[in-house]
Write a protein that binds this ligand. Structure first.
Ligand code: CP
Ligand code: NVA
Length: 295
């Protein structure tokens, strides 16, 4: 099976992956590396840059006794050298899993359709489900049934988080500027999975009852041409110490200090962003181990 967005899993499967991740994290801290995926290889396709995703997947495979192969834009050329479906079929004959970070979500769908092995979405313009796994793991480590507010762009990270929150019964409110909200289709999927979040264009309304404020960059990779327009539209959405108060801060990183966050909130004790970053490693190991056991 593929993991192209959080709701490719059932609610029970999502809980199982997170439990597996928590167990693998505890085992790693106790005993170090294992041989759970010994002899197995992950092919990693990157059309966009990355720090956390590349290093956590590659390190994760090493810690599970396997190996990862990095394929950057100059190596694989998703739409240049050969069609996506041919890359999928060839890679699927070599590796045990494929992960891909691409622009167009349709490309991971096509990879998933044609590869004989599980395909994992490592971020598209529409979704970032691996981030959501780490976020849910982090939330359950820090809180018991918190209320969360997303403040910022209704982007890929937000959209997968909306689905994960609905599947986890997490109370979520989303504040975005007009015109930058979560896609209606994602809200409908969330509704079908549990509850769609309350949506507003006022950050103060979203955070009123929140224990945690989650934000992400306003200008995502590939949106550089929209920069001036977006900086205008997001005025008033910056997470400052005053807006955050004593709430926890989540951010998938990288953070653009001076835009969606101030330096002070990222550097404050309220920030749990480094736990999120670390949990990418454990959450993805949980996912890989779980996927390896599926038919
Ligand atoms: N959060 C995240 O996906 O980070 P990278 O872009 O550095 O991989
Ligand atoms: N929304 C951001 C997330 C980076 C991890 C982007 O797509 O660039």
């Amino acid at each position: 099976m593929n993991f192209l967005d959080v709701d490719d899993l059932t609610t029970g499967e999502l809980a199982a992956v997170l439990d597996r991740a928590a167990a693998i994290k505890a085992d790693y801290r106790e005993d170090g590396a294992s041989d759970l995926l010994g002899g197995q290889t992950l092919g990693m396709i990157f059309e966009k840059p990355s720090t956390r995703t590349r290093v956590s997947f590659e390190t994760g495979m090493t810690q599970l006794g396997g190996h990862a192969v990095f394929l950057g834009p100059d190596d694989i050329g998703l739409h240049g050298r050969e069609p996506v479906k041919d890359i999928a079929r060839a890679l699927g004959r070599y590796v045990d899993f494929v992960m891909a970070r691409v622009y167009d979500h349709a490309d991971v769908v096509e990879l998933g359709e044609y590869a004989e092995v599980p395909v994992i979405n490592a971020l598209t313009d529409d979704a970032h489900p691996c981030q959501t796994l780490a976020d849910l793991l982090t939330i359950r480590e820090h809180f018991d049934d918190p209320t969360v507010a997303w403040v910022g762009d209704g982007n890929n990270v937000c959209q997968s988080f909306v689905l994960g929150a609905a599947m986890s019964g997490l109370d979520l409110a989303v504040a975005t500027p007009e015109g930058y909200g979560v896609d209606d289709g994602v809200l409908e999927r969330a509704e079908g999975l549990g509850t769609a979040p309350a949506t507003t264009t006022d950050p103060e309304v979203a955070i009123a009852d929140a224990d945690v404020v989650y934000t992400d960059v306003w200008v995502s990779m590939g949106q550089e041409d929209e920069r001036a327009e977006k900086l205008d539209a997001f005025e008033g959405f910056q997470i400052t110490p005053e807006l955050l108060g004593d709430r926890a801060l989540m951010h998938c990183l990288p953070a653009h200090r001076g835009e969606e966050v101030t330096d002070a909130v990222v550097e404050s004790d309220n920030a749990i962003v480094w736990d999120q970053a670390e949990n990418r490693l454990h959450a993805q190991k949980g996912l890989l181990a779980w996927l390896a056991e599926q038919e």
